[in-house]
Design a protein around this ligand. Structure first.
Ligand SMILES: NC(=O)c1ccc[n+]([C@@H]2O[C@H](COP(=O)([O-])OP(=O)(O)OC[C@H]3O[C@@H](n4cnc5c(N)ncnc54)[C@H](OP(=O)(O)O)[C@@H]3O)[C@@H](O)[C@H]2O)c1
Length: 298
């Protein structure tokens, strides 16, 4: 069984949702047709996701086996005064997430970042053990760079099924993408909508997006606006289709019910010439994490 044939390419992102929002949006998304939900222990909304899932199951809309549920263990970051999680801590984290999610397994479990420089190999071994015991179906990482992945490879451990990374036209990560493709590591793109002027505009929704980027995103001359007009689609749809065309899974997050549909509806293809134009928009690293791009972790 491979992740490529099991992971639904469009998942609902839930970062920055309250438990109540996560409950409502999970349920509404499942009604729209989403079968993949992405949460994490640090999002503090796994209980809301659980309620949304239970509601959809109890109404007979889906059964558990139709769904692909992802959660993540936060590895611990000493720069933030946290201990690096041990092998046992990771097992405990999964058990706590399963309890909050009211599930007996998750489809995908991710180590949220590579910040635990001293224990990340042990953390990876814990995920392999959990996979072996079928508490998780697929084991992956998020925000790991080539060096982090090579560390695993060099000691003869299997590579992750997936790497979830910030990926959009302004942060295209060509070297990392090439490495992941060559090593059959499925790519999940997060924060696909960064170039939109409506991306994380509410109070407290912090990131490293600069004023210049905001201005560029709202300009009528922006390539994404021009191409969205050309294909007669929303700019959000153009950005999401750009990822889907490269076989990346996507995780658009919204708390607005009408947007669930538009983030799930793709019946157009961006032609090769326009894909090349978008390729020229790369600016370099990620800007989603307000504390700095996690791919730069040692
Ligand atoms: N592993 C990691 O480190 C990591 C990091 C970041 C994200 N993620 C995952 O990836 C998911 C997506 O990333 P993200 O939350 O950063 O950003 P995103 O999905 O790229 O964008 C969300 C932002 O765009 C707005 N939006 C959504 N759909 C829209 C549409 N159709 N038209 C206009 N605006 C729209 C949302 O506002 P409204 O909510 O008001 O609609 C929100 O401000 C997360 O929720 C999380 O599950 C993982």
């Amino acid at each position: 069984m491979t992740i490529d044939s099991n992971i639904p390419s469009i998942g609902l992102g839930t970062y920055m949702m309250t438990p109540e929002e996560a409950e409502e949006m999970t349920y509404e998304a499942i009604k729209v047709g989403y079968r993949h939900i992405d949460t994490a222990e640090v999002y503090r909304n796994e209980q809301g996701v659980a309620k949304g899932i239970q509601k959809a199951i109890s109404e007979g809309i889906v059964s558990r086996s139709d769904l692909f549920i992802t959660t993540k263990v936060f590895p611990g970051n000493e720069m933030w005064g946290q201990d690096q999680k041990t092998y046992e801590d990771v097992i405990d984290s999964l058990n706590s997430s399963l309890k909050r999610l009211e599930l007996d397994y998750v489809d995908l479990y991710l180590i949220h970042s590579a910040h635990a420089d001293k224990t990340r190999i042990d953390q990876w071994k814990a995920l392999l053990e959990l996979k072996d015991k079928k508490r998780i179906i697929f084991a992956g990482v998020a925000n790991w760079n080539i060096k982090h992945l090579q560390e695993i490879n060099e000691i003869g451990l299997p590579l992750p099924d997936t790497n979830q990374i910030e990926l959009h036209p302004w942060a295209q990560q060509p070297e990392l993408v090439k490495y992941l493709k060559e090593n059959n590591i499925h790519i999940i793109a997060y924060s696909s909508l960064v170039p939109l002027s409506t991306w994380r505009t509410k109070e407290g929704e912090n990131s490293l997006k600069t004023k210049d980027m905001e201005n560029e995103g709202s300009s009528e001359e922006s390539l994404f606006k021009l191409l969205a007009n050309k294909y007669n689609v929303k700019e959000s749809q153009l950005l999401l289709q750009w990822a889907l065309q490269q076989k990346f899974a996507i995780l658009p997050k919204t708390i607005k019910i009408p947007r669930l549909k538009e983030n799930f509806d793709f019946s157009f293809v961006i032609d090769e010439e326009d894909m090349l134009l978008i390729q020229n928009e790369n600016k370099g690293g990620g800007i989603t994490w307000e504390w700095g791009d996690p791919l730069l972790t040692n």
